[in-house]
Unconditional design. Structure first.
Ligand code: DGY
Length: 332
């Protein structure tokens, strides 16, 4: 009996490829060449499953051109690279990789917050450039983290992890805004208080964005929202590019309308708005919030569990549209 064929669309851990090869005939892109839509469609011919990362867009065109496809397993918790409605209509299962990256990503949110508030990268560049000749009272004076007000927009699992770190580790006053208020026990565990978005922006010393990207969350922070923030406040985006209007942010940073920003994600990444590269008061990292070896391995294994579970036993671990497929009796 020939094994079912799958595509692994980007380079991943060799041991994960070896694991998948026990179950499938694997076409793997270990050369890690980014596949444009025509190449992706060509490589997907005859494949029943695809292991994707956030960089492969699965839309109606791809689905129409790849009729054998049954499952797309994303090695990411975010899945804005999937048109889930089109996948449901085509009878294709979508899965993501939640939970396994929560604490690692919350750690990084805090790392970026601290680097931004305490001007870590800006001062390192100064030192490396040989500009440090003497101590001075206000050299790279930043803002405090302990005892300050932390405002979190998007209070899912990662937002809650950041709230706990802030409240319990640094004695921060934590406020949050979310589509829905958390239940009282979760609010108590996070020591967090629900507020409106405007109040959060006006009062937080550090605003952290952890909201998923969708048409509704596009430019959650634009010029109007930046204008509400305190001139001493910092903005941290570990969510997705497009949540912040990067051009408006660059203007606010240059004009010191807010103190600083820490950005792990960018509109149109891996391109970065050129104005963000020239302002000093921003910490820039290349979408690495979940990047520790154990967590990236766990994410890759969860994507693999979904492929194996669904294609062998019709039992995906973390499906996104199983109910839609079942309701329409559409699963292939
Ligand atoms: C995710 O899992 O969504 C992270 O952004 C890594 O891509």
């Amino acid at each position: 009996m020939p094994k079912p064929k799958i595509l692994v669309a980007r380079a991943i851990f060799p041991e994960v490829i070896a694991r998948l090869e026990k179950h499938f005939e694997v076409d793997s892109n270990q050369a890690d060449k980014l596949l444009g839509k025509p190449e992706l469609i060509a490589r997907l011919q005859g494949k029943v499953g695809v292991f994707t990362t956030g960089s492969e867009r699965i839309d109606a065109d791809v689905l129409a051109a790849c009729p054998d496809l049954k499952i797309c397993a994303n090695m990411a918790v975010g899945y804005n690279n999937f048109d889930v409605a089109a996948m449901s209509a085509a009878g294709v299962l979508a899965t993501n990789a939640p939970d396994v990256l929560t604490e690692t990503t919350a750690d990084f949110g805090f790392a970026l917050l601290m680097a931004t508030a305490r001007r870590v990268t800006e001062s390192e560049h100064y030192l490396r450039a040989g500009q440090w000749t003497k101590w001075s009272f206000d050299m790279f004076a930043g803002s405090d983290i302990h005892g300050s007000t932390l405002g979190i927009i998007g209070m899912g699992r990662i937002g809650q992890g950041i709230a706990k770190r802030g409240a319990h580790g640094f004695g921060m006053n934590v406020i949050y805004h979310n589509r829905s208020k958390l239940d009282a026990s979760l609010e108590a565990a996070c020591k967090a208080r629900y507020v409106g978005k405007e109040e959060l922006l006006r009062t937080a010393d550090h605003v952290v964005l952890v909201v998923p990207y969708s048409a509704a969350s596009h430019h959650t922070i634009g010029a109007a929202e930046l204008a509400l923030m305190k001139p001493t406040a910092n903005l941290i985006n570990i969510a997705r590019g497009g949540i912040v209007d990067d051009a408006a942010l660059a203007v606010a940073l240059r004009e010191r309308r807010i103190a600083a920003a820490g950005l792990d994600v960018f509109e149109g990444e891996p391109k970065v708005h050129p104005d963000l590269l020239t302002v000093p008061n921003v910490v820039l990292t290349p979408h690495i919030a979940s990047a520790t070896v154990p967590t990236r391995l766990a994410m890759a294994n969860l994507a693999s569990d979904n492929l194996i579970g669904y294609l062998e036993q019709n039992k995906p671990v973390t499906p996104l549209n199983a109910a839609e497929l079942a309701a329409k009796n559409l699963a292939k």
